[in-house]
Ligand binder design. Structure first.
Ligand code: MN
Length: 235
C-alpha cells in the first residue's frame, strides 16, 4: 500500500452537522443565486422581470464555510458588512442537465444560511463590471445551520426572518422566490455537474443591512430551523 506524503498538512474536510445523525455531511461547492426575491432586487436598484431575465450565480470557496453559532471577526477592507438570510438547498444525488420535473430527485435536505457580504466592495465591482469576489468571497462569510434531511422534498413555502440584536430586519417567505427550488436546481445543472455535498444558497429577501462588531444575528426558516452568528472585533 502506498501512502501519499504531503509537504504540509492538507486542509480539513469542510462539513456540517445533520439533524438526527451522528455522521456529518461533507461539503463540496457553495453556489449562490443572485436577485431571487423581487423586493430585494428593487432595494438593490436592479428589478427583475422574469420574462426576460435569466438566473445568475456566484460562488464562494468552501473554505468560507462557517457553522451556525460561531463568532466571526468583522472582515477587513469594508465599512458596510451586510447580512443576507437565505434558504440553502443541499444536493444529495448528482445531476447534470436535469429537467425541472426531475429536480426534486437531487435534494438531500435544507439548511438556513447567511450570505455575509462586503456590500461596499460588491457594489463598486458590480457598477464597474468587475468580478464580485472581493465583495462576496469573504473569509468566514458562508454561515450554515445544521442540515435537515428531507430527501426529494420541494419546499414551496416557509416564513423566513432575521433579527439583529433582537430587532427585525428581514421577513419574507420562501413562497416569494422568483425562481423556485426546482427551477434553480434545473438551471444550475445546465452549467455544472451538481454533486453530492454541493450547497445552493437560493437568494435573500429584502431588508439586507449592515452589522457591526458586537452584533448578534438570529435567523429562522419555518420547517427548517434556526441560525445564529456573532460579529466579533476586526482583527
Ligand atoms: Mn445572497
Amino acid at each position: 500500500m502506498t501512502t501519499t506524503s504531503y509537504l504540509w498538512t492538507p486542509p480539513p474536510v469542510r462539513s456540517l452537522p445533520v439533524r438526527g445523525r451522528t455522521e456529518r455531511a461533507p461539503i463540496n461547492r457553495l453556489f449562490f443565486v443572485g436577485r431571487n426575491y423581487h423586493a430585494h432586487a428593487v432595494e438593490m436598484g436592479k428589478p427583475v422581470d422574469k420574462a426576460s431575465a435569466k438566473l445568475f450565480y456566484f460562488t464562494k470557496a468552501p473554505q468560507t464555510l462557517v457553522e451556525s453559532g460561531a463568532t466571526v471577526a468583522y472582515p477587513p477592507q469594508t465599512a458596510n458588512f451586510h447580512h443576507e438570510m437565505e434558504l440553502v438547498v443541499v444536493i444529495g444525488v448528482p445531476g447534470f442537465n436535469v429537467p425541472v420535473e426531475d429536480a426534486d430527485k437531487l435534494i438531500y435536505g435544507y439548511a438556513c444560511g447567511l450570505d455575509m457580504t462586503r456590500r461596499d466592495l460588491q457594489l463598486v465591482a458590480r457598477d464597474q463590471g468587475r468580478p464580485w469576489d472581493l465583495g462576496k468571497d469573504v473569509e468566514d462569510s458562508s454561515v450554515v445551520s445544521e442540515i435537515v434531511p428531507m430527501p426529494g422534498v420541494v419546499l414551496e413555502r416557509g416564513a423566513l426572518a432575521l433579527t439583529v440584536n433582537g430587532q427585525p430586519r428581514q421577513q419574507s417567505d420562501v413562497a416569494m422566490l422568483i425562481w423556485n427550488i426546482r427551477e434553480v436546481i434545473a438551471d444550475l445543472s445546465r452549467f455544472y455537474h451538481l454533486q453530492t455535498g454541493d450547497l445552493i444558497f437560493t437568494g435573500t429577501p429584502e431588508g439586507v443591512g449592515p452589522v457591526i462588531a458586537g452584533d448578534r444575528i438570529d435567523g429562522h426558516i419555518d420547517g427548517v430551523g434556526e441560525i445564529r452568528l456573532h460579529i466579533g472585533a476586526a482583527e
